[in-house]
Write a protein that binds this ligand. Structure first.
Ligand SMILES: [Zn+2]
Ligand SMILES: [Zn+2]
Ligand SMILES: [Zn+2]
Length: 932
């Protein structure tokens, strides 16, 4: 007779196979139809507000793994905060202006762009950005990211542009903005200044040359030993094209310099570098004589002659001179370098840069007029050679700044630009102070941004392009004075709010200001307007004003900004400066950073290496859920690896969580929460233990979420599923669940625990496994107050009732003894004493301190060990004993179980065969059958 039908085997429609890539779109549709984001807002109403302010991705191209990673981390923060009992609002945003879009539009327009007005071109740029906002929005939604997707913020929205104009105006009226000539990073192919964040370093090969500058001052008053000698100071440079702009040579005040006589002339170089230099000049085997030694300070103010141009070059002192390369005498071109500019200011040197917007020499350098600077390198070296000033040259490969957009090497060039001063109104000092009012996660973020703010030059905010917010400044046609008043600013802000920033490009200056304006200096009334636009980092840097302060559901400062760690230089940085400059405080209370996506070997992903993994491909192949799981499972504070192998491992982990959930669901098919729930006090011991473990998990997972440590949350849940549940609790429960009467208290006790566990687990999983948690939730037996979506619930609270340390201690001991029994059974199986563990009868001789404990828990111990019989005996009753290494004095014997195997429950019993109607089953099963 087959007794299978009399067992309560698991039943469920919850599929084993996840089929994520097909099922996820259906679930997204369901969420959309139920307006999940608005529903979450409704249930969260009145709770403490938590604002994670979205850093706007650039509206260009598809999203990639890095953008996906960032958005998923944000989504996990938002979901975890909502479920922890906050009202956590998410307004996504996009950065829409700037060079990359303008570039793409230029490319698409081709030659046609030249016959187009600025306003017309801006319309193309706007359409381009709109297209990618739509594309990226769908891609972000596909990841299961919840937010106010229908009302995002766009930096090109009219009201946003108006705020940008207004914020710049505030800084200008406060005296923080000035126009000045300064060396800036300049991309000659994009024809614009670049922000530091727009510069990338890459290897670049340039000629390096040693150049002699003959001394024209009489050195003998300070160095009498050198009287009558022909002396030159030698410099070294890797940018020969800056030689025409040389105005000085810097020496270190304290380094020791030598005047060395070789081949009939005297050269001044640093003593420490002498041998290396002479070898580089080809003088390695020449006789040389050191005539004099002196510190750099000794020759300050002496003059040399420029080798190519009729001009002097002055010897100055600078602390930044180093002795790792070159000659210890540094070529200074104040118009072509930041340090050069600063030291030049100190010595009153002009900010000279004879190079135009295209990177070509101006007529100031007649020999190279119209030549592109990099192309002129060779010609300059040649000319120096002809002048007898070239001592040596070689090609060097060094790390050199490149344009982030066109990837071309850039130059440092002095131009007229608009700046936000770091010193006026103490912006630097205030920003540094504000940094310490912010929580930086991880903590090194604080030092990183502090160092950057401490050392950065003034913020160059002007760009010579079309697609952006204009710098709304007016100039007097008559006297050239630049001006903006509070009244004019308010007028412009209103116009921009109504018509967008395009209005600046379309209207005449007079039509952009209130009637009757005159130049504050000369009282004339003819004007022209500024044509530069703003750095896009200023755009996004005002989002705290344009979004957090303007939208009624939000507030400033935000609780958190969360971006990749490159944003210490970018958005965190510009937002901090703008907010401190206008509001004297940081726009955020905490800043969380994550690392970057790298391949399985830790290498940066790049097209040229061919190791790029596409987020869309992962979604198609595995589902967005696996991508989310990857984000959660990796420690994002470091660089985040991804490879096929990592994904396969995660798929396996996902399967185990899914199957554990499926098993729990399968055993709840006939469970009615209302009538079948067993109270805690009436539960079986091991069920109480499982709930105790659950509370530990709830506490640890919630702590992990509170600290944004998603990988800890995930692994805690994963280990609970695989170790506590699958390998132990659920394995032990099988007999009770399957063979007991369906409605028996024993089975209902197990089901009550299982329901409580799954109900808690699914909510703890929801921020990470957004789709699967919803699927499990739908399959979980209903109860009063059960929400329609798991995302409308909150995390389980720690239930103090389940925390029973005494019980936990007992079970801990039994579980440890269980492992010892399993070892003994395994040995018996190897020795062919028995086949299946259920064939075993186990005799235990415990140490004295455990004897009464085990006698009291004999049946629990048997069930836990999944053997047929378990007896507490004296040691001498055991033949072939297994002596425990874990418990001193614990001895275990394993023999074949007495009686016969029951056909229904597979447990051996002497009662099998006693009944004539059902001779193949045991007394316990018989009772169950008879009672049904
Ligand atoms: Zn460029
Ligand atoms: Zn004027
Ligand atoms: Zn049985």
């Amino acid at each position: 007779m087959d007794y299978k039908d009399s067992l309560n085997l698991p039943q469920t429609d919850f599929p084993m196979k996840a089929n994520l890539s097909q099922k996820e779109p259906e679930m997204l549709k369901m969420w959309e139809e139920m307006h999940i984001y608005e529903k979450i807002r409704e249930v969260s109403k009145g709770r403490k507000v938590y604002i994670l302010h979205d850093g706007p991705p650039y509206a260009n191209g598809n999203i990639h793994l890095g953008t996906a990673l960032n958005k998923v981390i944000k989504d996990m923060v938002i979901k975890a905060k909502n479920m922890a009992g906050f009202d956590s609002i998410f307004v996504p945003g996009w950065d829409c202006h700037g060079l990359p879009i303008e570039h793409q539009v230029d490319k698409e327009l081709g030659e046609g762009r030249h016959s187009m007005s600025q306003a017309e071109k801006r319309r193309f740029c706007r359409r381009y950005a709109e297209k990618y906002v739509d594309i990226q929005r769908e891609q972000f939604k596909r990841l299961g990211v919840f937010g106010d997707w229908e009302n995002p913020y766009l930096t090109m929205a009219y009201d946003y542009e108006a705020t940008t104009v207004e914020e710049l105006g505030k800084l200008f009226l406060a005296g923080s903005v000035y126009k000045g000539k300064k060396p800036v990073y300049w991309c000659a192919s994009c024809k614009t200044a670049l922000a530091e964040a727009e510069v990338e370093y890459a290897d670049h090969s340039t000629p390096s040359i040693y150049v002699k500058f003959p001394m024209v001052s009489d050195i003998s008053p300070v160095r009498p030993k050198l009287k009558g000698e022909k002396i030159s100071v030698v410099v070294w440079t890797t940018t020969p094209w800056t030689i025409p702009a040389n105005l000085a040579i810097a020496l270190h005040p304290e380094f020791c310099y030598v005047a060395v006589k070789v081949a009939g002339e005297v050269l001044i170089i640093a003593k420490e570098l002498m041998e290396r230099c002479l070898a580089a000049f080809g003088y390695g085997d020449k006789v040389c004589e050191v005539l004099d030694e002196f510190s750099g300070a000794a020759v300050e103010g002496l003059r040399c002659r420029h080798p190519l141009i009729d001009r002097e070059s002055i010897l100055i002192l600078a602390p930044f001179v180093v002795l790792d390369t070159g000659t210890g005498c540094v070529h200074i071109a104040p118009g072509h370098g930041q340090e050069d500019y600063e030291i030049g200011m100190k010595y009153g040197l002009p900010n000279y840069a004879p190079v135009d917007d295209d990177g070509n020499f101006t007529s100031d350098v007649p020999d190279f007029y119209g030549q592109f600077v990099f192309a002129a390198n060779a010609g300059i070296a040649k000319k120096l050679g002809e002048a007898g000033a070239l001592l040596g040259s070689a090609e060097v490969v060094h790390s050199y700044p490149h344009c982030w957009r066109c990837k071309n090497p850039i130059i440092f060039r002095s131009t007229e630009q608009w700046f936000i001063s770091m010193e006026k109104n103490d912006l630097r000092e205030k920003a540094l102070r504000a940094i310490d009012s912010v929580e930086w996660i991880p903590a090194w973020g604080r030092d990183r941004i502090y160092g950057m703010i401490e050392n950065r030059p003034d913020w160059c905010i002007s760009r010579q392009r079309s697609w952006g917010v204009p710098i709304t400044m007016f100039y007097c046609d008559h006297c050239g004075n630049e001006f903006l008043t509070e009244e004019i600013l308010a007028h412009v802000v209103e116009l921009v709010g109504q018509h967008g920033a395009d209005v600046w490009f379309e209207k005449e200056p007079q039509d952009l200001m209130p009637a009757g304006q005159v130049c504050p200096v000369c009282r004339k009334n003819k004007f022209y307007k500024e044509t530069n636009i703003l750095d896009v980092w200023f755009d996004s840097g005002v989002s705290h004003a344009a979004v957090l302060e303007k939208r009624p559901e939000l507030r400033s400062p935000a609780d958190m900004y969360l971006e990749g760690s490159d944003q210490h230089r970018g958005w965190f940085h510009s937002s901090l400066l703008e907010s401190v400059g206008t509001r004297k405080r940081a726009p955020y209370k905490s800043v969380l950073t994550h690392g970057f996506v790298v391949d399985g070997e830790g290498k940066k992903m790049s097209k040229s290496l061919g190791n790029v993994i596409d987020s869309q491909e992962i979604i198609e192949q595995y589902g967005a859920e696996i991508l989310r799981l990857w984000v959660a499972a990796e420690d994002y504070t470091d660089d985040i690896r991804i490879s096929e192998e990592i994904l396969k491992r995660l798929v396996e982990a996902y399967r185990r969580i899914r199957n554990t959930s499926r098993y729990l669901l399968g055993n709840l098919y006939d469970f009615d929460c209302k009538s079948d729930m067993v109270s805690y006090d009436s539960m079986e011991g091991i069920d109480k233990w499982a709930l105790y473990r659950l509370e530990e998990i709830v506490r640890r997972v919630r702590e992990a979420y509170d600290r944004y440590q998603f990988h800890l949350a995930f692994y805690t849940l994963y280990n609970y599923c695989t170790v506590d549940l699958s390998a132990l609790y659920l394995d032990v429960l099988k007999d009770r669940l399957y063979t007991s009467k369906a409605e028996s208290k024993e089975r209902r006790s197990a089901q009550s625990a299982m329901h409580t566990i799954l109900d808690a687990m699914v909510r703890l999983l929801a921020p990470i496994l957004t789709f699967t948690a919803e699927e499990i939730w739908a399959a979980l037996p209903a109860y009063e107050g059960k929400e329609k979506s798991v995302h409308l619930t909150t995390f389980p609270e720690v239930n103090q009732q389940y925390i029973n340390p005494e019980l936990a201690e007992s079970w801990k001991t039994m579980i440890a003894i269980r492992s010892e029994i399993a070892r003994a059974v395994e040995i018996a199986r190897k020795n062919k004493v028995l086949g299946h563990p259920l064939d075993a009868s186990v005799d235990i001789s415990p140490p004295e301190d455990l004897r009464s404990f085990l006698e009291a828990h004999r049946e629990d111990m048997r069930a836990l060990s999944i053997v047929s019989q378990l007896n507490i005996v004296e040691m001498d009753g055991i033949s072939e004993p297994y002596r425990s290494g874990e418990f001193e004095g614990l001895v275990i014997g394993v023999t074949k179980a007495r009686g016969q195997k029951c056909n229904r429950c597979w447990i051996y019993s002497e009662s099998v065969g006693a009944d004539t109607e059902h001779p193949a089953i045991c007394g316990r099963c018989l009772q169950t059958l008879r009672a049904t």
